[in-house]
Ligand binder design. Sequence first.
Ligand code: GLP
Length: 251
Amino acid sequence: MKLIQVQDYQEMSQKAAEIVIEKIKENPQIQLGLATGGTPEGFYNRLIADHKENHTSYKQVKSFNLDEYIGLSSTNPNSYHYYMADTFFNHIDINQEDTNLPNGTAENIQEECSRYDEMIDKMGGIDLQILGIGQNGHIGFNEPGTSFASKTQVVDLAQSTIEANARYFDSIDEVPTQAVTMGIASIMKSKEIVLLVSGVAKAKALKQLIDGELTEEFPASILKKHHNVTIIADQEALSEYASKSDSTLRG
Ligand code: GLP
């Protein structure tokens, strides 16, 4: 894993946007894996600004999101479908039909999970996956204890995740208790991964990711086994980790 240390949230967002814009220039048909949550909002804002100023085009780009809440339809403002449209897709020139998220309201949710993995495989896989990390080390919605071999699946959300995400809902009782998420093995198939980590709330998780052992109790630890991971972390997130320069971390 490569670690890029930046000052703050703005610099993290800028750096991530620069990497993605560069990759789109190299390959206008790039297949992007996208994430939701508070962390990538600044990153999406910068991609939008660049699209408006420099006309970087997403017309040939395809996107695949990590996860969606079970039971929330795309018109629900708390759904990740809505988040992606509102935060990113509606402001760039990507074709709606080239944007993909798991359907959390599918009648047969198991079938939906297999469909999602098969579709990604059939389309040639994800070139670059953007990831965030939960305070408990989750990636996507793969909570501690998830098998490293997991494919896209239905998961019960950890109480700590429900509490962390309650800020977006009117009350904690409205937070769905289940989600459909790309599995750990599905995420690991991406050719390249960029992990964004910002804020003091993530400091313990980042330290554990860098210094801790490989264990299913800390899902993000699997990233040590991927051959092309870049972590972009700001000073607050790095506050529990002491190294001073950018570095390649042990696998
Ligand atoms: C959410 C998402 C993850 C995200 C993580 C951190 O629940 N399912 O994909 O990376 O938790 O979220 P945030 O960036 O808001 O801290």
